[in-house]
Design a protein around this ligand. Structure first.
Ligand code: C5P
Ligand code: ZN
Length: 466
């Protein structure tokens, strides 16, 4: 299969000086990183190109696409081969994807680079951006310096849910570390290591939420004071990254014992890995972009507001777009605050078997926000954080479903994406995604059946082993 990558690189080189190549990428963090990576690589080779983002390659979406002389699909395509074949069978296409491939046949002009067919587990060992990176580096070894984008893409797809990047992702990470552009270290897994004050970061702890700490400024203040950790330093408010190793150790110990006191016993063994884990710092970036996870959040907010091109430019290193990202991030947070009112007002219901939690956000948030809202609800105190949450938005006879769960559930064996896919397919819909963040689309008249089937599947996966 690496031979396929070589051939794809040769095909790309052949398009120098010709009509623009079109990159069609997934409108999410990984897709933005994949497109940014190949866009930089093509630019360096003097190959003209344009970039387009799509949320899903549903048949009707593919019908709207206009085949270019060469089209590069990144972070999607492998599981929609039949749709693509109908539209592109007379065209030249390279697919660079990590989603499980359709067994359907390709066509003469297709070069299909898929992680699974190359012997890698695309759900955990390599992302779409990682696949794009392998192609970019084949095109020119100097593209090795684009490796940090593959790290952000993998983190965006939650491929570090095991506490660290593994497989090919790890090799790419090591490459990024060698370029000096990424620092890898074990640290407290606090969101905002470089961009938030210590208290803000602690209040934001959400997976697992810790009673008395999550969303409690007084509780955080009391904890930090009791540990003798100064809140201010020479340069003002201290950020989690400013803590000394000893302070971090003490704080980790305290958080761990508080978390263990609130987590159901069956999850206890996974908790340490959620408090302390591997973190990735991108050197030379603004504070909001210097943690790979926060870089991913910034790109995510551009994708969710249908402005992925802003994310693309930032990922390409175009700092002029950074203020626009910060504006989107603020707008993103205010939209979510509106959604949280629904959750706070008791809008979350329980499935027939008391396991699945769900809410209907039709008319409250856009369907592109439902997933983020479902994720946020897990630390709201209004839902059980140790059970999955599903949000839905009805639209024109279809229901868009988004599901989220704690990494604890996933570590215990729950894979939301497979549950969603199977339940959705049983009612004539489709679904997929990642183990802790998945989505689906189902016909409105079957949504009750879907929820019931989904709850059954989930209960099967989390059932204690006999
Ligand atoms: O829309 P949301 O953020 O909830 O999607 C979460 C994940 O589920 C994404 O990776 C998305 O690609 C996937 N998904 C899917 N099939 C759908 C909807 C979403 O595979 N019909
Ligand atoms: Zn991906």
């Amino acid at each position: 299969m690496p031979g396929e990558i070589k051939r794809a690189a040769e095909v790309l080189r052949g398009y120098r000086g010709r009509d623009p190549v079109e990159i069609v990428s997934h409108m999410d963090v990984d897709g933005i990183c994949a497109a940014a990576l190949l866009s930089r690589a093509l630019e360096r080779e003097g190959i003209e190109h344009r970039v387009k983002f799509v949320r899903m390659l549903y048949r009707e979406v593919v019908e709207e696409l206009d085949p270019a002389p060469l089209t590069l699909f990144t972070d999607l395509g492998s599981s929609q081969l039949p749709h693509l074949r109908e539209r592109y069978r007379s065209g030249r296409v390279i697919i660079c994807d990590h989603h499980p491939p359709e067994t359907a046949e390709g066509w003469g002009g297709l070069l299909h680079l898929n992680a699974h067919s190359m012997g890698m587990d695309g759900t955990r060992e390599i992302s779409g951006a990682g696949m794009a990176f392998l192609l970019a580096r084949e095109l020119n070894p100097s593209n090795s310096d684009l490796s940090p984008l593959a790290v952000v893409g993998a983190v965006g797809d939650v491929q570090n849910a095991w506490g660290r990047l593994v497989g090919k992702n790890r090799e790419i990470l090591e490459e990024a570390v060698r370029t000096g552009k990424v620092v890898r270290e074990m640290d407290l897994q606090l969101y905002g290591r470089h961009s938030r004050t210590l208290l803000q970061a602690l209040e934001g702890l959400s997976d697992p939420p810790i009673p008395g700490i999550t969303r409690s400024s007084e509780g955080c203040l009391e904890l930090v004071r009791s540990l003798g950790i100064p809140l201010r330093g020479e340069n003002g408010w201290r950020r989690p990254a400013d803590l000394t190793p000893d302070e971090k150790r003490r704080l980790a110990g305290a958080l761990l014992s508080l978390a263990l006191g609130s987590v159901p016993p069956e999850f206890s063994r996974y908790v340490p890995g959620l408090i302390v884990g591997e973190v990735y710092t991108l050197t030379g970036e603004d504070p909001e972009l210097s943690d790979a996870g926060e870089f991913a959040t910034c790109l995510n907010s551009t994708a969710r507001h249908e402005q992925p091109v802003i994310g693309l430019e930032v990922a390409r290193g175009n700092r002029a777009y950074f203020p626009a990202v910060l504006r989107l991030l603020r707008h993103h947070r205010s939209s979510l605050a509106r959604g949280m009112e629904l959750i706070e007002a008791g809008g979350v219901k329980l499935g027939e078997r008391g396991y699945l939690q769900y809410f209907d956000a039709t008319g409250v948030v856009k369907e592109t926000f439902t997933g983020t809202l479902a994720g946020l609800s897990l630390s709201s105190g209004r839902v059980d954080p140790f059970k999955p949450v599903v949000g839905m938005v009805r639209n024109g006879g279809r229901v868009k479903i988004s599901a989220r769960c704690s990494r604890l559930l996933f570590l215990k064996g729950l894979d939301l994406s497979s549950c969603l896919r199977r339940a959705a397919e049983s009612v004539g819909g489709e679904g997929g995604g990642h183990p802790v963040a998945g989505g689906a689309q189902v016909p409105e008249e079957r949504v009750e059946d879907f929820l019931r089937l989904l709850e059954e599947r989930m209960l099967e996966e989390v059932a204690p082993s006999p």
